[in-house]
Every structure is written in structure tokens, then in C-alpha cells.
Design a protein. Sequence first.
Length: 333
Amino acid sequence: MDEMTQLRELRADAPVPDRAALAPGRTRLTDAIEGRSRRSLRLRADWRIASLGAVVAITAAALFVTQIVDTPGPRQSGPATVAGDLDLSSPAAVLGRAADFLERQEAPPEPRADQWIYLREENPDQEKQWKELPAEVRKDMRWTYLPDSWIPYDDKAAENDESDTDYRTARESYRIAAELPEDPEALLAELRKIFPTGNGSNGPREAEDEHSFRALTVLLESYPLPPAALARIYRAMATVGGVGVTDHLVRDATGRQVIAVTRAYDRNTRREILIDPVDYSYAGEREVVTRTHEVFGPDDSDGPDRTVYQRGDILREVARTKAAVVDAKGQKP
């Protein structure tokens, strides 16, 4: 049995955390079911505006989504046993080990301009929500649930589009990563320039550590990244204030056991960047409730739009299960 199989079967009987329905609202619904050809290579600068406290007008389609709730299971009790000497005691320990591993890897050649990036990103909750929407609602929507996506490596039109300051093409991201400095402080300063914060008109301006974490995660979602560059990114992430790591492997949306690097999103939730514990590649992300609270509807009333979130609920999760460079759109490795 190979190392990957052994790791995947490790504590296969461990229960997954509880889940809750996504917060009702047009923004959450759109994010849940749009295919987003760019979703894996970007994270909008105004992502914090879509926090749980920002409840918007409810649409008819969103009302259907609020009825879709996972059956909660028992919480995982205690840390899971990890493979080998994987040290999850601190961000510096686990991300330093990841960086050491990546620095020993041989870098593949940069993709050609005519090649494509294939990604498979799975979200069972979003898939279920899409399938349970009435046909008359789905046919009028611009997006569908499509876990597979193909992105051109060299996309001149997107490179010249300055409307989204966070989006970078696959080629831009590759070259940005390759040129990042070794020093973590200098690296973070450079990324904050590349992925600037907003002007405060759409919400509070980001603090420096918040900005650094967002900029890092924008780049981490890109594929491919040179191994040595990914190593530098991980070392820098370990230095960002407020970054933590779970002391056990967690289950992602597909049941894989992964490392979760965490940072508070707001007073009620945290964001988790998921990392494969074997090759230390980016494996997805989650939003997890850290404080039991309730969210009211647009009129602040205790009506049908009121939702109670329990600590440990998973509000959003995406698992990247495949990533590859291919020669044509539609091709799979």
C-alpha cells in the first residue's frame, strides 16, 4: 500500500464536523451556484462584505436554499493521530516543514502560452442546493454548479482588464510567485502592493495582517506555482499575526484528511486554508463558525429569515481534488 493510500485511510472512521445551511441572501446564493471560471484564481478584495452579518434582501430562489440543511453528525472528539512526525503544534512548525519539503522538489517547466489549467473543485453543499432548485428557477440563472473548469494559461484580455484588482491570470500569478523575495516581511509587503486593499468605501479598511493573509490566499489559489515560490509563501504565512493551525487533520468536503491553517474572519467565523499533508499543495478552503450566534432578516425581526449558527458549523467549503496543466480546453489528466 503506498503512502497516499495509507494517509487517506488514516482514521477513516472519524466523524465529520457539524454543518449548517448557508446564510440566506442573494450574494450567498450567487456565490454558491455560479460556476465562476475565475473562482480558483482569485479572492475579491471585498470578500469580508459578504460576512454573516451582511444579510441582504431575500430572493425567491434563496428561500429554497434555506430549506436545505445537512443532517448534523457528532463532532470529532480530540486530535486525530497524524502520519509520521507531522507536527501540527504551530503554524511555524507545519508550514516550515511544508516549505522544507517543497524546496527539495524539482520545478516543472512553466506552462506554454497555448496550454490550459484544469481544476476540479468540489462543494457537495453547493451541488445539492443547485439540484434542489426548481427547474423554472435554474433555467433563468446565468450560472450552474460545475466542479470542472478550464482556464487559459495565457489570457491577454484578462491581463488587460483592470476592473478587478485581485484577479491575476495563471501566467501572471506564476510569475508573481516566482519573483517573490525570500524575506517574509519583504514578501508580504510586495503582495500587499500587488493585491491592494480597498479605499474603505465598502467597509472598514483591512488591517495589515488581515491584508497580508488575504493577499497570500489569493496567490495560493493559483495553479501552478513553482515549488520554491510556494515554500516562500508558506514561510511568510506563518509570520502573519493571528494565523493558527488546527492540532489535528480535518475532513474536507470530500472526506479527505487535510491540514487547516486558520485566521479569524470576523468575531463569529474563521477562514481555513486547507493543505494536503502529503505533498503540501493547496487543497481548498472553508469558513467555520467560531461563536454561536444568530442572524436576523432584513427587517431585524424574529421571523422565518432568522438563522442560528452553532460553533463548529461549516458555512462554506471547497475541496480542490485535481489540478493539472493540459493541452486543450475540455481535456482531463
